[in-house]
Design a protein around this ligand. Structure first.
Ligand code: HEM
Length: 532
């Protein structure tokens, strides 16, 4: 009897395994790619061939490695597409636009026209979800606002939105400035000690990419986690390790179930994830314990989320269904920590780069800062008056925006213009290509010209809202005002005190490390300015 049962179970298991193998190997890896490619070819959309399991990943890796090895750009050359996205450039030239490519076995249509992109990003009826995140990215970001969908997204966004109201952000300006102050002081001291050696010039070389990463982590630790900022910084270090792991494994083929195997990388990922969860849980619990009896949980991001989370419990009733769970709060903390410092630090880095290359703009901005603030620190009100600074930051975002690719996946069969895209087929929006579209941005699309923004973002190009750096539509960046305030505060503090140029050791080699970064950092020579 037992033997019969065993045999029946084994047969059932084998049948299940065979069905799974058939579906995965034959249908998903062999038949479906052919069918999808054929369906797109019939619509005139072509693309690089699909290789079994790996799709175009190997080809992408090869082209990126070759471009990364060989190409160094002139500092005034802002067309880094041959370096950073050589695969898209080659496929666009060979197959036209849009084209179809394969991320492993998953098909993606790469869109280059604003009309279709606007249709995707402005869609409010839930027809487009974000594409599935790589498991390590998911571990790093958590399933917070960036990655949640549908009614979950509505619930998260409702709870988080109030934290980004302009009056709350204005209060954070002081914190942003006070985080930058010690850095400025340190450079001033260094300059003073150097000036006896270099004939009074006091020149100091600083690697800004790293400095800005530390600074923006400091700012988000203070503005996001208030008094728990030290523990918040631990999250920063853990996320950095997860980011490095994600970069190393991003183009690896993801076999189903692979993420559950105890491989070396998976074990590292689990350990880092656990560490981050432990740190964040401790921060949250200590905040609840210390503030629970007083009137609120603090004006920082965490405090505002805790307020929403605990509303129902304070009333002693059932948990409000529109609030978040403990795990969701932890994921939101991860999201804000990463989204809040990584991107803004690159915005600062590239702004510093461009102002070093264009000294006339550096001086214009310095004049503006001194006109509005004198020697005083910037405030929310003075930042609001920095028109030229806003133009420079927007132009920096257009040319060197940190987010290069936005991914979507239709939840039902859809039409974009004359193109039919089936449910589940990926859509890729390569932002730097769109930002260099001459039809939209004019013949000088590759040039640094902040004046294109002098009449505001809406009127900067032939297509309204053509700047996609913070995205557009309902899923646009919730932190864009935060990022702009932070960038303005920090740049104002630097411009007031120093003039700067690129160090002779700088090599212009932008690189795609999920966000756009200078491959060899940004060494800058600072010269202290006399107080006026
Ligand atoms: C220069 C700085 C920044 C840039 C360029 C940037 C860019 C973006 C982009 C392009 C998106 C849309 C991604 C997509 O739809 O695929 C996005 C979403 C988001 N960003 Fe930012 N971001 C910046 C700063 C920040 C900051 C400072 C925070 C928070 C403190 C933040 C939090 C978020 C969140 C939570 C979302 C998801 C919004 C949603 O889906 O509802 N970002 N960001």
């Amino acid at each position: 009897m037992a033997a019969t049962l065993l045999l029946a179970s084994a047969t059932a298991l084998l049948a299940l395994a065979a069905a799974w193998l058939w579906d995965y190997v034959v249908v998903r890896l062999l038949w479906r790619p052919r069918a999808v490619a054929g369906m797109f070819r019939a619509q005139g959309v072509r693309g690089p061939p699909y290789s079994f399991l790996s799709g175009c990943n190997r080809e992408m890796r090869r082209m990126k490695a070759e471009a990364d090895d060989g190409l160094r750009l002139d500092v005034r050359d802002h067309n880094y597409l041959p370096r950073v996205m050589p695969h898209f450039l080659a496929w666009k030239q060979q197959y036209g636009e849009p084209f179809l490519y394969w991320m492993g076995p998953r098909p993606r249509v790469c869109l280059f026209d604003y009309e279709s992109v606007r249709q995707v990003l402005f869609n409010k009826s839930g027809h487009f979800f974000k594409d599935d995140a790589h498991p390590t990215i998911l571990a790093m970001l958590g399933k917070g606002l960036v990655l949640v969908e549908g009614t979950d997204w509505v619930r998260h966004r409702r709870v988080v939105n109030p934290a980004f109201a302009m009056d709350k952000l204005k209060m954070m300006t002081e914190t942003m400035v006070s985080c930058a102050e010690p850095l400025i002081k340190r450079w001033e001291q260094l300059a003073a000690s150097r000036s006896s050696e270099d004939g009074g010039r006091g020149e100091v070389q600083v690697e800004f990419s790293k400095q800005f990463q530390d600074l923006t982590a400091d700012v988000i630790s203070h503005t996001g986690f208030g008094s728990s900022y030290k523990e918040g910084k631990e999250v920063f270090h853990t996320q950095k390790q997860l980011l490095a792991l994600a970069m190393a494994t991003l183009l690896n083929v993801q076999l189903p179930g692979f993420k559950y195997l105890p491989t070396k990388n998976n074990r590292l990922k689990w350990a880092l994830e656990k560490k981050m969860k432990t740190t964040l849980t401790a921060i949250i619990q200590s905040r609840v314990a210390s503030n629970g009896r007083s009137s609120g949980y603090g004006d920082d991001l965490l405090g505002l989320m805790l307020e929403a989370w605990l509303t129902a419990e304070r009333g002693g009733g059932e948990r409000d269904e529109s609030s978040l769970t403990m795990d969701e709060i932890i994921d939101e903390c991860k999201t804000f920590f990463f989204a809040g410092h990584e991107t803004t630090s690159h915005l600062l880095t590239w702004t510093m780069f461009l102002l070093s290359v264009y000294p006339e703009w550096q001086q214009r901005l310095r004049d503006e800062v001194l006109r509005e603030c004198g020697q005083a620190n910037p405030t929310a009100d003075t930042l609001n008056k920095f028109n030229e600074m806003t133009m420079v930051l927007l132009e920096t975002l257009r040319l060197y925006g940190p987010v290069m690719l936005m991914l979507r996946k239709p939840t039902s069969d859809i039409r974009l213009g004359s193109l039919s895209i089936p449910k589940g087929n990926g859509i890729a929006i390569p932002v730097p290509f769109l930002h260099r579209d001459r039809e939209v941005w004019g013949d000088n699309a590759n040039d640094f010209d902040p004046l294109r923004f002098q009449n505001g973002v809406t009127n900067a190009a032939k297509t309204p809202q053509a700047l996609l750096s913070f995205s557009i539509g309902p899923r646009a960046c919730i932190g864009q005002n935060f990022a702009m305030l932070e960038a303005k505060s920090v740049m104002a503090m630097i411009l007031k005190k120093f003039s700067f140029t690129l160090s002779s050791s700088y090599v212009h080699a932008p690189v795609d490390y999920i966000t756009l970064q200078p491959k060899f950092g940004l060494p800058i020579v600072l010269r202290p300015l006399p107080d006026v």
